[in-house]
Design a binder for this molecule. Structure first.
Ligand SMILES: *Cc1c(COP(=O)(O)O)cnc(C)c1O
Length: 241
């Protein structure tokens, strides 16, 4: 074994990520099982904002191929190294002046929160002959949250997206408020699931479908899955101690 002068031994970083991913995966399995679902029914989006490309490579090697980033600029730099070996998810707010760049790399944009943004995505997507898959962000936590369509306007918004042929809405995304514990987030997730099911029931949107319900982060993804999430966005549980 090599002698490391003056340095405490630490486990290789890859090993820690592997252990954390294993733990997150088994927690997802347990929560999915409570709904009678298999692990595969829930997509884990590993949120790598702030993480380096070597950690991302590690995740990819372990089969975690869905990557979530919240800034277009940071994602573009990482994409130069990682390329399309990952499926890229944009989870943060998207400004209209970044749409063109975002369309180059992201498979799914979770954060569509205005018709203005939707129109811009549609325009830019048409130029490159892409049909961009998106989720509509719903503001389930009220005052605390800056972005998202008000819950009471969600159905109306989904009715208005049909004319935009280069955007396909595939579901909803929400962020629960920062509360004292995961149980306190439960009613917010339940509300979003109700909006999701109601939209599906109404056949909305006409040129898309309610396929993905993206809700739940490190502190509350288990409760989110119990309440109907089939896509969770997990960062710190994979990267921080
Ligand atoms: C950062 C972020 C996450 C991941 O949060 P963690 O608490 O680190 O798991 C999920 N969703 C959004 C929108 C984020 O910005």
């Amino acid at each position: 074994m090599p002698v490391l002068k003056g340095r405490a031994w630490a486990p290789p970083k890859g090993q820690m990520i592997r252990e954390r991913l294993d733990s997150v995966n088994s927690r997802i399995s347990l929560s999915a099982a409570k709904r009678g679902l298999s692990r595969e029914a829930v997509t884990l989006v590993s949120v790598t904002k702030g993480a380096g490309v070597s950690d991302m490579e590690e995740l990819l090697g372990l089969g975690a191929g869905d990557i979530g980033e919240n800034r277009v600029r940071e994602a573009l730099l990482k994409h130069r190294v990682i390329g399309d070996r990952a499926r890229w998810h944009l989870i943060g707010h998207l400004q209209t002046n970044k749409v063109r760049d975002a369309l180059r790399i992201f498979s799914l944009i979770h954060s569509v929160d205005s018709e203005h943004l939707l129109i811009e995505i549609d325009n830019e997507a048409r130029k490159i002959a892409k049909v961009q898959e998106v989720l509509v962000e719903v503001n389930i936590s009220g005052q605390e949250q800056k972005y998202g369509i008000p819950p009471e306007d969600a159905a109306d918004f989904l009715r208005r997206v049909s004319p935009y042929r280069n955007v396909r809405v595939l579901g909803l995304m929400g962020v629960a408020p920062l509360v004292r514990g995961p149980e306190f987030a439960r009613p917010y997730f339940r509300r979003l699931k109700e909006i999701f099911s109601e939209a599906a029931h109404l056949g909305l949107p006409a040129n898309g479908e309610m396929r993905y319900l993206s809700m739940g982060m490190s502190q509350d993804f288990e409760v989110a899955i119990e309440e109907g999430a089939n896509m969770v966005r997990v960062g710190s549980a994979l990267f921080k101690e």
